[in-house]
Design a protein around this ligand. Structure first.
Ligand SMILES: [Zn+2]
Length: 556
């Protein structure tokens, strides 16, 4: 069977039909228009949380996080008082490229998360987001790095998030476009010069651009500053990706299918929900020193003591500054990028029942006795505490809009299934779309987004995109929503390989023609469990480099 023997997957992190379809209608994205007309598409429902590492891992494994064990960028450490970035050693499942290899197919994996340190594949790897800045061994085989440097003009590895730390959006945009040009050239080189049956490339920069430029294009956003020359940044970035897709399509033969997909969508982010503030206000969390002034809390959230800062300013002859700065400082609190690591030493654990060790993961942990190093909640109280915090979260109303801040609160057993559910947070907070959990503490639990340059004003929407084209694919059809776990089984089937029985997803048969399905019925099989990936001892330097990179993007 020759048809669709090979597959290219182009991952566009954060791509949403909410933007793409109107721009297609307006004639701005001709290649997306062509793919919509010639292929089958659907909204693709992401994981909870709708976050890059768990979502791409569910796409690549066909499994929910309870089976693959990736819930966030981080896992908790030190009995709940610390956190560590995840590495491939935390994975508990084969990903699509491992399965393809096991059945004799070659795979190329480019810029997917959790691919550093690189696996030894029958094929090649260029690692992606969560690779420590400055490392040199970001490809497998290692010589591929030098090959890319030799053949791709200006080749470099990642976006420079430093511009964001100082709020320089113009510099960040220039860097993002340049990096996309490099990654497009890299993709075309690999596509033409390497052997592969599955080539899966992921462009992460779209998500970054949408996070930081949304308010500039959206007059309805509370932080919209009026028309500016940066207002069309997100559209222009889509046009660059549209050309990338055209360049890829021009190089595919009739036997090669194309899936364009995202791990989640994007939408406006209007307000930050400072969940640790809320937990303190409601008595679930206690900070050392008891209730403090907004300024003290703001500074504490940055890991500073107000008195120390004031003394330092006085010594510098700037004692008048604190009288003038509080309102400015209050506005800057979410941008203060206060990580849990800085807040944790100020937590009074004996008076704390619930805490949030990592906001991007949207998870809360009960300070459970016997599990947390300074646990206070007895096991028999666990259910009651979970229900109490759930009820109170669901009751939060934004005083500014009168709307609910939290859409749903899930117990981990309600949304995950598998042998690794115990590694999930106890509660998963699903905010309403214009809100996003923030890790730092500030003067209020709800703070308007985008009051300073370099703050996130775009949010993750749970629905991403699925757009499939090639032989055997129905043309011009819109399908009901698919689940992100359907991606891996669908790709296996298109590669003419058996779907794995332990996958949660299913082949998206509605996307395929009856004739193709009749000629190629879905087969199933089960490979033995994968060998445990040897635990990667990452150096403190590398961990800090990953944390610094994530922090630069606001993923504390
Ligand atoms: Zn993402």
């Amino acid at each position: 069977m020759a048809s669709n023997a090979r597959m290219v997957v182009v991952g566009l992190d954060g791509a949403t039909f909410q933007l793409i379809k109107p721009w297609v209608e307006a004639g701005q994205l001709p290649t997306f228009a062509r793919l919509l007309a010639q292929g089958a598409h659907a909204d693709l429902r992401s994981t909870l949380p709708a976050l890059t590492p768990p979502a791409w891992t569910s796409a690549a494994t066909g499994k929910n996080p309870g089976k693959h064990n990736i819930y966030n960028f981080y896992k908790v450490s030190d009995g709940g008082t610390g956190k560590l970035p995840l590495t491939p050693a935390d994975l508990r499942s084969r990903r699509l490229w491992n399965i393809a290899n096991a059945y004799g197919k070659r795979a190329g994996v480019v810029h997917l998360p959790l691919t550093y340190p690189c696996e030894r594949l029958d094929g090649f790897v260029v690692s992606g987001i969560m690779t420590p800045k400055g490392v040199e061994d970001y490809t497998f085989p290692l010589e591929l790095r030098d090959e890319l440097r030799a053949h791709v003009d200006g080749y470099r590895f990642d976006v420079d998030a430093d511009a964001l730390k100082i709020g320089d959006l113009r510099a960040f945009a220039a860097d993002a476009f340049e990096l996309q040009r490099i990654q497009t050239a890299e993709t075309l080189y690999l596509l033409e010069h390497k052997e592969w049956d599955l080539l899966w490339v992921m462009f992460h920069t779209l998500d970054k651009v949408q996070h930081f430029f949304w308010h500039l294009m959206d007059p309805a956003h509370p932080a919209y500053p009026g028309a500016s020359d940066l207002g069309d940044t997100i559209l222009r970035f889509h046009q660059l990706l549209d050309q990338t897709l055209a360049d890829i399509l021009a190089r595919l033969d009739d036997d090669t299918g194309l899936l364009v997909m995202s791990d989640h969508g994007s939408c406006p982010l209007e307000s930050y929900f400072l969940v640790m503030n809320w937990l303190e206000d409601t008595g679930f969390l206690r900070m050392k020193g008891g209730s403090r002034s907004p300024l003290q809390r703001a500074l504490g959230g940055m890991g500073l003591e107000a008195r120390g800062v004031v003394q330092t300013l006085r010594r510098a002859g700037l004692g008048w500054v604190p009288r003038l700065v509080p309102s400015r400082l209050k506005a800057q609190v979410p941008l203060a990028r206060a990580s849990f690591a800085r807040i944790a030493p100020h937590i009074d654990w004996a008076g704390t029942r619930v805490y949030c060790p990592s906001a991007p993961g949207s998870g809360l942990r009960v300070n459970l006795r016997g599990r947390e190093v300074q646990g206070t909640v007895a096991p028999e109280e666990y259910d009651r505490v979970c229900e109490e915090v759930r009820i109170r979260l669901l009751a939060i109303v934004d005083p500014k809009t009168g709307g609910r801040v939290v859409r749903a609160v899930h117990r981990r057993e309600e949304i995950y299934a598998g042998p690794h559910v115990d590694n999930a947070p106890d509660l998963l907070v699903e905010t309403a779309d214009p809100y996003c959990l923030i890790e730092g503490m500030g003067p209020a639990a709800i703070v308007q987004a985008g009051q300073n340059d370099g703050e996130r004003t775009g949010n993750h929407l749970r629905e991403g995109i699925f757009l499939l084209a090639g032989a055997g694919v129905r043309r011009g059809v819109a399908l009901p929503t698919l689940d992100i776990c359907d991606v891996a089984p669908t790709l296996l089937h298109l590669l003419d390989l058996p779907v794995q029985e332990d996958m949660d997803g299913a082949v998206a048969q509605a996307a395929l023609t009856p004739r193709f399905l009749a000629s190629r019925p879905v087969r199933t099989d089960q490979l033995p469990p994968p060998p445990q990936i040897a635990a990667v001892e990452m150096s403190d330097h590398d961990r800090q480099a990953i944390e610094g990179m994530l922090e630069g993007l606001g993923y504390l």
